[in-house]
Write a protein of this length. Structure first.
Lengths: 109, 115
């Protein structure tokens, strides 16, 4: 079967760095997405990786290793507004999105 | 209005009621989706309307019925629901291209409670 694993919850301190991991086992691979979802709000697109390596976008970076079936989202200089759930999703061979259950990130002052 | 809008934001219904959720996208996208989001579970794709075709998850009960009258509007008709159907229902849209990232734009969701 197809599966996406990510931690259920993480806690970090304002100003620090946090890495949210995502491992996947899917039928084929056509890219990996990260979305951010604040409580009570719509998920919003953060990043897309289809080739191995690191993609940097401001304070957020996303890394992909296709051979290891692994990605991480790196958040730097954490701010209180970064408290949210982070969803990992993989596009499989049929371009269907397989979703993880999300990681709830709690930022403490 | 911009993006994807969903109404109502909150809905409480009894098991014998009939109600509908509405979604409208203002992005000119060619695909629309219904997802179910339950606590601590992955997003569950219910229905997709893409390029005039409907694709459905065969595990979705028949008490959920989608309708897509045009490329900008999507409805989810609810009938004889069960308490386990209580969840956040998310609508999304995207512009499907032959290759490349299919980035979804989500609405804020309709929080459904079935009593």
């Amino acid at each position: 079967g197809q599966n996406i694993d990510q931690p259920t919850e993480m806690t970090a301190t304002e100003g620090a760095i946090v890495q949210i991991n995502c491992t996947y086992q899917t039928s084929g691979f056509n890219g990996l997405f990260w979305y951010q979802q604040h409580a009570g709000e719509a998920p919003t697109f953060l990043s897309y990786n289809v080739l191995d390596g690191l993609e940097e976008k401001g304070r957020f970076s996303s890394f992909l290793s296709r051979s290891k079936g692994y990605s991480y989202l790196l958040l730097k200089e954490l701010q209180m507004k970064d408290s949210a759930s982070y969803l990992c999703a993989v596009s499989d061979s049929n371009y269907q999105l397989i979703w993880g259950a999300g990681t709830k990130l709690i930022i403490k002052p | 209005e911009t993006g994807v809008t969903q109404t109502p934001r909150h809905l409480v219904m009894g098991m014998t009621n009939k109600k509908s959720l509405k979604c409208e996208q203002h992005l000119g996208h060619n695909a629309m989706y219904w997802y179910k989001q339950s606590a601590k579970k992955p997003l569950e794709l219910m229905f997709v309307y893409s390029l005039e075709e409907r694709v459905e998850n065969n595990s979705v009960p028949s008490r959920f019925s989608p309708e897509c009258p045009n490329s900008s509007h999507l409805f989810l008709h609810l009938h004889t629901l069960q308490p386990e159907d209580s969840a956040l229902y998310l609508c999304a849209s995207s512009q499907i291209v032959s290759q490349g990232a299919n980035v979804l734009t989500f609405g804020a969701g309709s929080r459904l409670t079935v009593l």
